[in-house]
Write a protein that binds this ligand. Sequence first.
Ligand SMILES: [Zn+2]
Ligand SMILES: [Zn+2]
Length: 261
Amino acid sequence: MDINIIDAHTHVNMMDPTQRSAVMQRALDGGIGVINVGADELSSRDAVALTQIYKEGVWAVVGYHPHEAQKDLNMESLQELARDTRVVGIGECGLDYFKLDKEKEDEIKEKQKVLFESQIVLAHKLKKPLVIHCREAFGDTIALLEKHKDLLLPEAGILHFFTGTIEDARALLNLGFSFTFGGLITFNRSFDEIISHIPNGRILVETDAPWVAPRSHRGQQNEPSYIPEIVESLALIKCTPLSEMKGVLLENTKRIFNLKF
Ligand SMILES: [Zn+2]
Ligand SMILES: [Zn+2]
């Protein structure tokens, strides 16, 4: 199989089960590899299940999203799942302070931090990169990562759909992180500046499907087969020839997630 592009962060595992095989096949037929990311135990299991259906071009990332922090979570079953060789990262984990319940704000933030730290430790133990979700919480996210700097891999992982500032990006680059960008960059110019500050070697593309489809499919359900449009936008923003951009993105994804194919 010829994989030319990899959707580095997507959730076919969260789509309606009746849709999944057609969506996966459309991606693979287009030479598009897929990394399905979990957010809770069920979606993590489903991400791993998808790797078992396809011989090549499909990987999983397993973990607990910060929205799960209020629940009673089983870290042992996550660890078991994460040992699978087709599991190439831990996440999506991180901090999400968007629209927190004001009355419980401090308690929720504390719980999110504990959950995030336990996954930083797990990633270290299994030597797999982190896939980080961070929304309106860059200060605390960077502080936690700096505190656990010694646990990070040289290729520490990715900040998925990065919305931080140039200073945030600099701190995260110094810690060994890379960044994914998705459908928004095809119709919203407010990410162009931050993208221009991140070296080509530290950028990946994602669809984060089924959410935020690129321009030509706006309002529809997103899927990995739409990733070429995001790559085209990125090449324009980076003033890099499309074929070169594709090559760099593929190399970055293979290197960071240690993909063998
Ligand atoms: Zn996310
Ligand atoms: Zn996601």
